[in-house]
Write a protein that binds this ligand. Structure first.
Ligand code: GLN
Length: 488
């Protein structure tokens, strides 16, 4: 096996014994990038030189016995996380030349833990999308089948990981953007509780829904990354001063006697039969591990998509009002006066999907419509949250498919926004309720495309999710297939 194929914890064992060095690991990852990136296109910006310097520093630290939680491990960042001195585009023309003067809190934390930062990964423009096709920088391809999308909006982070172009990565999830691409690329993806990971330095899309989380090759690595990125941040007003447990303590503990809720509203018409079969199989696996599965109901599920597509665009249209071509980012040179400069900069700086969201959001917030749309959506959101509270009174975790279908073809849904929005039908409720959710690989279709299962728990119960997911992973004996990254 090549070094780039290994997990964080496997590499840490090799680093500790001196069997390998961070320089070797980093060279292996960049070698893989050189081999496959032209086909996968997972990155917007590579940080090769600084990464190699960081690897050398990590090796010196290891020699001195100063080993942090991620010393010498190559990690990729979604290009929505601000990086000091390194271009941060959010997948948009309007930020194509933006160089942040500061690091996001998660980036500071990764650096402090000794990580080697490989680069900034591709994403749907402003994280609006489910396929990474709306990026100003072009689409990312799924390493399992290059004619297909990797999921989105964090598709660059999931594809880079599946392809071996990093050892782990970070993404952000507003309605499914970590879990959906994780499922479609055959990796683990966790969206933490709202408030668990600081959003300071995360470019805002919908501030009441956005969360940063890890993409990893297995559940143990997920616990390792969560240990680094979780926690209170006084610079971020919605971050919660709740104690962070050592997430590794939840690994391998078993789930004997746990009750698992299967929401009847999540096994619906339109779900791909191979996805449904694989997810139903996971029910058998967790029962074999000693859990009891019961049916639960989340009766307001049918409203989730409608509520999300009021709340998220409403927040997005106010968050995106700051991009006007004045202080930073793209400026049209064509305007003859200030108003025209604003208009032309925004008209050619934003792509079609972003403009659609700005228009929907502005409409939903406009006077006379606010009560009918935004206020109503906020009220229904409270009912969706209550559904989960009531379900968690009866079960420890909830099990659902992560996505209704495996990865679809590039171009298949770009002409039909509603079809694209439906990709997140099983993930959006989690963000509306603010609870954590994890997607774990659970099998493959006959054509060799990965399938994911989603586990949900109550607020701040990421530890419970890690315990459950690690028990599932152990019992499931899934094949450790790796994508070939060619086949066009
Ligand atoms: N696909 C959803 C959207 O387009 C969710 C995106 C996300 O989680 N960032 O808004």
């Amino acid at each position: 096996m090549e070094l780039y194929e290994l997990t964080i914890h496997e590499l840490q064992d090799k680093l500790r014994t001196g069997e390998t060095s961070s320089a070797e690991i980093t060279a292996s990852v960049f070698g893989r990038i050189d081999a496959v990136e032209k086909d996968v296109h997972a990155y917007i910006t590579l940080m090769r030189e600084t990464a190699l310097a960081e690897a050398t520093r990590a090796d010196e630290a290891i020699r001195k016995g100063e080993i942090g939680a991620l010393t010498g491990i190559p990690i990729a960042l979604k290009d929505i996380c601000c990086t000091k001195g390194v271009r941060t585009t959010c997948g948009s023309r309007i930020l194509h030349n933006f160089i942040p003067p500061y690091d996001a809190t998660v980036v500071e934390k990764l650096r402090a833990a000794g990580a080697v930062l490989t680069g900034k990964t591709n994403m749907d423009e402003f994280a609006m999308g489910s396929s990474t096709e709306s990026s100003f920088f072009g689409a990312t391809r799924n390493p399992w089948d290059l004619t297909r999308i990797p999921g989105g909006s964090s598709g660059g982070s999931s594809a880079a990981l599946a392809a071996g172009e990093c050892i782990a990565s970070l993404g952000s999830d507003t309605g499914g953007s970590i879990r959906q691409p994780a499922a479609l690329c055959g990796v683990v993806g966790l969206k933490p509780t709202y408030g668990r990971v600081s959003r300071f330095g995360l470019i805002a899309f919908a501030s009441s829904l956005d969360q940063i989380g890890p993409f990893t090759k297995d559940v143990e690595d997920c616990a390792i990354l969560m240990n680094v990125i979780a926690g209170y941040d006084p610079r971020e007003s919605t971050s919660v001063p709740e104690e962070v447990p050592d997430y590794r303590q939840f690994l391998g503990r078993g789930i004997e006697g746990w009750t698992v809720g299967i929401p009847k509203e999540y096994f619906i018409d339109g779900i791909d039969p191979e996805v449904e079969a694989a997810v139903r199989e996971t029910i058998k696996v967790v029962e074999k591990a000693g859990a009891k599965c019961i049916e639960v109901s989340l009766p307001h599920t049918e409203y989730c998509l409608a509520v999300y597509y009021i709340v998220a665009p409403a927040e997005a249209c106010s968050n995106l009002a700051r991009y006007d071509g004045v202080k930073y980012g793209f400026r049209s040179e064509e305007g003859r006066d200030l108003m025209e400069m604003y208009k032309k900069s925004r008209a050619s700086g934003f792509g079609a999907e972003v403009k659609r969201r700005i228009m929907i959001g502005t409409y939903a917030l406009s006077s006379g419509y606010y009560d009918a749309y935004y206020k109503k959506a906020s009220q229904v959101r409270a009912l969706i949250k209550r559904d989960f509270d009531e379900a968690f009174a009866k079960c420890d975790v909830i099990l659902t498919p992560t996505t209704p279908t495996p990865a679809f073809r590039i171009g298949e849904k770009t002409g039909d926004p509603m079809q694209m929005y439906l990709s997140d039908i099983f993930t959006i409720s989690t963000n509306l309720a603010g609870i954590p959710g994890i997607s774990v690989p659970c099998g493959f279709t006959a054509a060799g495309l990965p399938i994911g299962v989603q586990f949900l728990a109550g607020h701040f119960q990421e530890g419970r999710l890690i315990q459950f997911a690690s028990a599932y992973e152990k019992e499931a004996h899934l094949e450790k297939r790796r994508p070939r990254c060619h086949g066009i």
